[in-house]
Design a protein. Structure first.
Length: 232
């Protein structure tokens, strides 16, 4: 408690951001990848200004979505991921409305809703069946909430995995390029020094072409080896 008190004295009481609706929260989370909250919020506001409805974001050209979310960075990756997530939600639920209607499955009137300490939702009213199951005017709802939570978590994990795989591909290409150019740089550095070095046949005029040929052979050999090992 002493640490907590000192933190409050130094930084004040934290102000929590009001949660967004489910789909908006998912899009905001994707936009927050690899950026700060300010740029995330700018990109989110620009996206909502350009496309007031999530259906419009889902069906828009990818280039338009990418342009709208550029303030968040990695727009070329995040834009298609957002649209893919919206399409997956539509294919699984039939719409982009992830709001929860507690009275949808009741065969009577819903009179009250309460949230328990363990996170479960109590629904009471003048009904005897809920989603086809027999109940006595009271039902605890948690399966559907956890189902939506699992779906959003799965979509977010798929997005993060795609970003990570893309980064790995870029790093692999850069590593191969660096590896190929290392011996070429060594050769050009050695034969570029103003010191006596062994000469290739053909006189001074042929030294350049000898080095170019050797570099090409080394580069092609290394690329062929990498290809055979399935590194590229």
């Amino acid at each position: 408690m002493a640490v907590h008190r000192r933190l409050l004295e130094a930084y004040g009481e934290p102000r929590w951001r009001r949660p967004l609706p489910p789909v908006a929260e998912l899009v905001s989370t994707i936009l927050s990848q690899n950026t700060n909250d300010l740029n995330r919020d700018r990109a989110f506001a620009a996206l909502r200004a350009a496309f007031p409805a999530w259906e419009a974001v889902r069906d828009a050209p990818a280039s338009a979505v990418i342009q709208a979310i550029r303030p968040a960075g990695l727009a070329n990756q995040k834009g298609p991921r957002i649209q893919a997530a919206l399409r997956q939600i539509t294919s699984e639920t039939g719409s982009l409305d992830l709001g929860f209607d507690p009275g949808a499955g009741a065969d009577g009137t819903v009179l009250s809703i309460a949230l328990q300490a363990d996170g479960k939702v109590l629904v009471g009213g003048m009904f005897t069946h809920y989603n086809g199951f027999l109940c006595n005017h009271l039902v605890r709802l948690n399966d559907e909430a956890f189902l939506f939570q699992d779906r959003i978590t799965g979509i977010l994990d798929a997005h993060l995995s795609n970003v990570s795989n893309r980064l790995n591909q870029v790093m692999k290409v850069l590593t191969v390029m660096t590896t190929v150019f290392m011996p070429l740089t060594l050769l050009s550095g050695l034969w570029g020094m103003n010191v006596p070095l062994p000469h290739f046949p053909g006189g001074e005029a042929m030294q350049f072409w000898w080095l170019i040929g050797i570099m090409l052979v080394i580069a092609l050999s290394m690329l062929g080896l990498f290809r055979r090992l399935r590194w590229i």
